[in-house]
Design a protein around this ligand. Sequence first.
Ligand code: GLU
Length: 312
Amino acid sequence: MVRVRFAPSPTGYLHIGSARTALFNWLYAEHNKGSFLLRIEDTDKARSKDEYLEEILGSLKWLFMNWGEEPVFQSKRFDIYKRYAEESVTKGASYREGSAIIFKVEKGKKVFFDDMIHGRIEVSTDDIKDQVLIKSDGTPTYNFACVIDDVEMKISHVIRGDDHISNTPKQILLYETFKFPIPNFAHIPLILSKEGGRLSKRHGATSIFEYRNQGFLPEALVNYLALMGWSPGDDREILSLEEIIKLFDVKDVNKTGATFDMDKLSWMNGQYIKNMPPKDLDSKVTNFLKEGDVMGGDIDKEKWTKIINIYK
Ligand code: GLU
């Protein structure tokens, strides 16, 4: 049974990169008739905001992603993390330093995992420092809470960004210590700008809600996101969500960074606009303009439809 999760931190809006991570998880679940779960990583109480959470959930829904079970909130699980951490102290695997709990990393060992995209990744524990599990303020660290939750949520495949590759060996040491079953891992490449660097405002909007506000169609955006690092195996570019679900496999995702190209996305959006049945386009455009307070109530319907048809 495939069970995957998307684990956003509600410390900012959903951006292109995270939306693509969520989408690859969701597609993998849909393709395998599994479950797509949400975990809200809100351990940083000062930086987490309801406003961000709402926007993240709204953006996921807008992009057709739905989840079956109630989201898990890490902020409600501090007692659970504490209990596991105490258990590791009792076992002699961790030690206390003031009110912090720290996991001892045994030197001279190899840790490895077989990434579904990158193949075998191996590191020496000589390169891993002792790991804080619970900080002195009582909050769990990302690596610790992540492992406990992935186990308790029965996650079968952890699909996340490349930037977490160095965390995975640290997490595996925890799985081994607690004798937890180890899930499969797939680290998807980061999204880069055309020039090869990190994606920033300069390259266009970075958060999903800005695309929505600009009038992008979710069908086009989701199609574009799916093709960032994955392809159907031929050179088709316009694919329905049903087709993508049918063809998607995480092991076919590229190893190297995917490039974000605003011109390409605009082109794709244009294709969707041109191919949309006139009636649907009509109501979408009308609603969009009304929401933006650009258009009043009284219009000559017939004339209006013609205008849309000319401009599309
Ligand atoms: N909150 C983490 C992030 O947004 C989750 C990483 C993970 O999926 O394990 O990067």
